[in-house]
Design a protein around this ligand. Structure first.
Ligand code: AHM
Ligand code: MG
Length: 335
């Protein structure tokens, strides 16, 4: 019976969010509308990513596509689609994108209450070889809709009202939290709808995978080196962890959420703040990991407690299974 119910009673992402909303009588449906525009952007990017190889083939023939337009790079194209979709939703007031140096302030006639921080296409080194890439987003609520300022954006991640990512992989998956657990939706390409396939994702308390760019090991600090050393040569009788590193944050965090383990992008001698950006990489992923029962730590504090001073600020990050992150916290606190 259950299997059949699954097939005929489709929980789309819109239906899911509307259900959640009905628990808040004061809600006016703005969030649902905003999310629908984010979903549209994700569907567009998903389709563009899966056609990227073909586009190149056409590009070789004439350097322009059928519409006679010049080929745009996929990350630039994705950014344009998201910016336009978000503004036209009429529900946003400030946008911060990895692709744009400055924040975008939406003109008053199209303004809404939400702030969206996002990386439209993350994992750039993986685009041209067909490896999983993704979109990451976080959502804040503006304090005064009539007067949005950068201070509305430079707030701790714990102030976010929602966060999520979409992974363009072997399937297209959108993982979302509105502060009430984490749910995963898979795009059914024949319907063009995201269907709830991974309800209430909980990250295992402990995992047997670690995920880090070991090519940076010569610049690591003592704590990271010691932690990774123990993953490979455990001293407590446990078995060694497996290494998995895709180099796409969305894919590496997605696997960590589902299988457990730890993802690290530490600071090092060359880059004391690591590589990943606080607002649209570290915060949304930390929000999801905490909502799934894991932890996220910067080497100094809970990642969601960071107060960014600049919109493109970076931070070291250690996130994943509760017990695994506890271990790295112990090492940093002992120092
Ligand atoms: P990008 O925003 O330029 O794509 O860089 C972010 C990506 C993350 O997806 C990934 O976790 C990280 O860079 C990998 O970095 P590295 O190649 O240094 O291991
Ligand atoms: Mg990025």
């Amino acid at each position: 019976h259950a299997a059949e119910a699954h097939r005929t009673d489709l929980m789309t992402i819109t239906r899911f969010v509307l259900n959640e909303q009905s628990k808040h009588p004061e809600a006016r449906g703005d969030f649902t509308i905003l999310l629908n525009h984010i979903v549209l952007g994700c569907k567009f990017v998903c389709s563009a990513v899966s056609k990227a190889g073909l586009a190149k083939l056409f590009g070789l023939a004439g350097e322009t596509n059928v519409q006679g337009e010049e080929q745009k790079k996929l990350d630039v194209l994705s950014n344009e689609v998201f910016v336009k979709a978000l503004i036209s939703s009429g529900r946003t007031c400030i946008l911060v994108s990895e692709e744009d140096e400055e924040a975008t302030f939406v003109e008053p006639s199209k303004r809404g209450r939400y702030i969206v921080v996002f990386d439209p296409l993350d994992g750039s080194s993986n685009i041209d070889c067909g490896v999983s890439i993704g979109t990451i987003f976080g959502i804040y609520m503006v304090k005064d809709k009539e007067n949005p300022t950068l201070d509305d954006v430079l707030r701790p991640g714990s102030n976010m009202v929602a966060a999520g990512y979409c992974m363009y992989g072997s399937s297209c998956m959108l993982v979302l939290s509105t502060g009430n657990g984490v749910n995963g939706f898979t795009l059914d390409p024949s319907l063009g709808e995201f269907i709830l396939t991974h309800p209430n994702i909980k990250i295992p308390n402990k995992g047997n995978i670690y995920s880090v760019n070991e090519g940076n090991a010569k610049n690591w600090d003592k704590q990271t080196a010691e932690y990774v050393g123990k993953c490979k040569f455990p001293t407590d009788g446990s078995s060694a962890k497996s290494l998995r590193y895709i180099g796409s944050m969305v894919a590496d965090v997605h696997r960590t959420l589902l299988y457990g383990g730890i993802f690290l992008y530490p600071g090092d001698k060359k880059s004391p703040n690591g590589k990943l950006r606080v607002l649209y990489e570290v915060f949304p992923m930390s929000y999801l990991v905490e909502q799934a029962g894991g932890q996220s730590f910067t080497g100094k504090k809970r990642a969601l407690d960071v107060v960014p001073e600049k919109i493109h600020e970076r931070s070291p990050i250690f996130l994943g299974s509760y017990d695994d992150v506890e271990e790295i916290k112990r090492l940093y606190k002992a120092a």
